[in-house]
Design a protein around this ligand. Sequence first.
Ligand code: PXP
Length: 263
Amino acid sequence: MRSLNMPKLGVNIDHVATLRQVRQGIEPEPVLAALICEASGADGIVVHLREDRRHVQDNDVYILKKCVKTKLNLEMSVVPEIVRIACKVKPDQATLVPERRQELTTEGGLDVAANFKRVKQAVERLHESGIRVSLFIDPDEKQIDASKKSGVGMIELHTGRYGDAKGKKKQDKYFKELQNAAAFAINKGLIVNAGHGLDYYNVARVARIKGIEELNIGYSIVCRAVLVGLSRAVKEMKELISTAVGTVPVRAKATPRKRDCLY
Ligand code: PXP
């Protein structure tokens, strides 16, 4: 149940695909992860189709578009190749983010003010294809003004500085920055989302910022999923091994076939 002032949760499943790409295989399947997230209450699914395709692949995005029932939010850079793909896929929303090849994750928000022409062109192309566009920006009035001018109706405030802050003084400083930026943007008529670096310890304060519509969270959820799911995964493997050698009575379907559902 969502109360009226409770932000929605968009779950970023990029790192499910990261794990799959480590072996270049078929597991874990990001589409299945998306369906589990939705069945567990996620209000949207987020993926970042990076230029270097380090996690999510083009095919994932096309299949997700068919399977996601809530909202598919495609994070992407403004380069023409990716804009073309987005216009073909037609996700429910595109979020424009900065991208650098060497970065481990998105570092900082999109500098809309400095790259205004390129950003505006991408926004217009996506709007023409009927895609809602959001800009991922730092909590900064100059960037909010430039975003508004670019024609978008929505922004996502980068919460990374708050998320990374060590010690109460710094956390308070960056929290205040987010709070002020959210109020400033809402006052300009923008829909305000937030995300990056949010986890089980720092999310509460951001969730309480007045007017924030959606929080997009990935890494911490996937990390926690690995740990909370590990005990069951080990027990299932032990059971299969012991069943195989007859230590416990063989139960019907004890040995899953490749395609049996274990979830
Ligand atoms: N929002 C945007 C625009 C992002 O680029 C990312 C990371 O891909 C996230 C939210 C989620 O960040 P995290 O994985 O740190 O939760």
